[in-house]
Design a protein around this ligand. Structure first.
Ligand code: ADE
Length: 225
């Protein structure tokens, strides 16, 4: 999979993409991620990417030209299944959406700033808008990092234990069962006996029951479907 992320702050991705699972996925060539600086496609000598909004009002708007130039140039090299704009107006990200996007070959993700992007970009270029929650961030970068992480970890070969993504919370609309590691007793607090029993069938059943119990208690909305 290849992901192009269009941003005016490429440095913001250095932390999230250069550690842990996403770093390893890139090293193993399971994904390539390019950070594309929108400013490089600005046409005036000040490299301007934002301007005042027509009709007045506070807050700047990201201009159509640099972003359109950037997208046009990238599209000459690749066929993108989706051009995604990170925005609080978008579809609320969930595991289902991440699963679907993890099957794509080429994705473009646009990060907005200030008041947002010129509406004509949304009409002419954007095929999907995604929100990571009902709150407003200062820009799309953190949201794009969250979205990218949720996709990349699902690519075959990225996680060591192939089945571990399948037992994540939200897969099958269930939260995960509780997990424990050594020691089996800490200050009187014991790990449930069944997990030490070696009986795979019982352990599977216990985990399933606890996942349902926890989902019922904390996120009954997930069980409605
Ligand atoms: N940009 C600003 N806020 C956002 C949000 N909640 N989700 C995605 N992109 C955003």
């Amino acid at each position: 999979m290849h992901i192009d992320i269009l941003t005016i702050f490429p440095e913001m991705f250095e932390g999230p993409f250069n550690h842990s699972i996403i770093k390893r996925a890139q090293e193993k060539k399971l994904v390539s991620i390019s950070l594309v600086n929108i400013r490089d496609f600005a046409t005036d000598k000040h490299k301007r990417v934002d301007d005042y909004q027509y009709g007045g009002g506070s807050g700047m708007v990201m201009m159509i030209e640099p972003i359109a130039n950037c997208i046009d140039s990238l599209r000459q090299k690749r066929n993108y299944e989706e051009i995604i704009y990170m925005s609080p107006d978008g579809d609320l990200l969930d595991q289902n959406i991440s699963n679907q996007f993890s099957m794509c070959n080429n994705l473009m993700i646009l990060c907005g700033h200030y008041k947002g992007i010129d509406e004509r970009l949304r009409e002419a270029y954007i095929t999907k808008e995604i929100s990571i929650g009902n709150y407003v961030l200062s820009g799309g970068e953190l949201a794009a990092a969250v979205f990218t992480d949720s996709i990349v970890r699902l690519l075959p070969g990225v996680l060591n234990d192939e089945t571990s993504a399948l037992s994540d919370s939200f897969q099958n609309d269930l939260l995960s069962a509780p997990v424990y590691t050594r020691p089996s007793e800490y200050k009187g607090m014991k790990v449930p006996d069944v997990l030490l029993s070696g009986n795979d069938k019982e352990i599977f059943k216990w985990r399933q029951d606890r996942a349902v119990q926890r989902t019922n208690a904390r996120r009954p909305d997930l069980l409605k479907g």
